[in-house]
Write a protein of this length. Sequence first.
Length: 216
Amino acid sequence: MLAVTIGIGDGWDRAANTAAMLVRKFTGLPTEVIKRDKIGAPHPSFLKLHIPAMFPDHAEFLYFDSDIIMRKHWNPEYIFADCGRPFIAVPDVRSDSVLQECRRFGLPFPDWYINAGLLIFGREHAPILRSAYDAGQVGLWLEQTGLNIELLKSRTEILRLPRTFNTLLWPGIDDYTSQELQRRPEKILHAASLGGDVSRLLAIQSAFLGDVSAIA
């Protein structure tokens, strides 16, 4: 299994390198950071939908956003194989905006809609990803709603992991000090709600890391 993230743009390459370092540490997987858009995607986030084509020598993939902070050991290869190679993700938050998005596109709420910030899939899922790419942005969140629509249309089996595998951080609610981040019980923290502010993300990564060698 290959772990892949995207680091395109000023500061995002640094964020992606740090995220990849943590993924290697806590999963043992080899990692790749996509730093160039060679296909002219409407937004770098859409490149995740081209991962099977970009890495033809691999059959299984863990995709993770560059604003993810992995902080506990786990084995995505075991989960994927043990569960029969479903498409794996975490349900999105049960918010009014997600409810409205699901109503707009006929997606079951609240248990269907997945967050595309952490995905595990195999090469057999490439046609679904490609269809989502071809659909373009059909909802509020770049490629995410299109991917949900294609997964529903294809009747793909989805394994929904607990939110501890992809827990959003909320500005103004969460404490981003090093001590608080170290105390958090979740396997993965996701700073997606920062609104694309890479400087804040880099500060959070720095606060969490401290002495990297001391991370358990």
